[in-house]
Design a protein around this ligand. Structure first.
Ligand code: SF4
Ligand code: SF4
Length: 129
């Protein structure tokens, strides 16, 4: 969805086009119609057009409300002890493929305590033999 919206107040004066520092606005006159164009890839979100428009026709509602749009939702892997979110299942798959082994799902705290418990177990076994 474009955050740049021009409402019905626009009279096609082209002030916004002429004052856009990023050349993100353009227009085309075709037959009986003038069309205002906006390029999101070029726009630097300076809002100059919004300030300058004499008709208050530019609505940057999404931009000004600082909204976030969800672009992707992925499955998470959690720490097997405390349930803290660690990384995505897809990232785990990528790492497993590259490393040839599966990372153990442990948060830093429980990775440390698990390591300490293993060390203690090894030391105990050694002391018995
Ligand atoms: S400055 Fe405002 S009224 Fe003029 S063309 Fe741009 S949006 Fe339309
Ligand atoms: S926000 Fe700035 S860069 Fe984007 S269209 Fe308006 S004047 Fe151009």
């Amino acid at each position: 969805m474009s955050y740049f919206v021009v409402n019905e107040n626009c009279n096609g004066c082209l002030s916004c086009v002429e004052n856009c520092p990023a050349n993100a606005l353009a227009w085309k006159d075709e037959g009986p119609k003038r069309t205002i164009l906006h390029n999101m890839a070029r726009c630097v979100r300076c809002a100059n057009c919004w300030r300058i428009c004499p008709q208050h026709a530019i609505e940057f509602q999404h931009f000004l409300e600082n909204q976030w749009y969800e672009v992707k939702t992925l499955d998470l892997v959690h720490c097997k002890i405390c349930g803290a979110p660690l990384y995505t299942a897809d990232l785990k798959r990528t790492i497993s493929e590259k490393m040839g082994s599966e990372p153990e799902p442990l948060c830093p705290k429980h990775r440390e305590s698990e390591f300490a418990a293993r060390q203690a177990f090894i030391a105990l076994r050694k002391s018995r033999y």
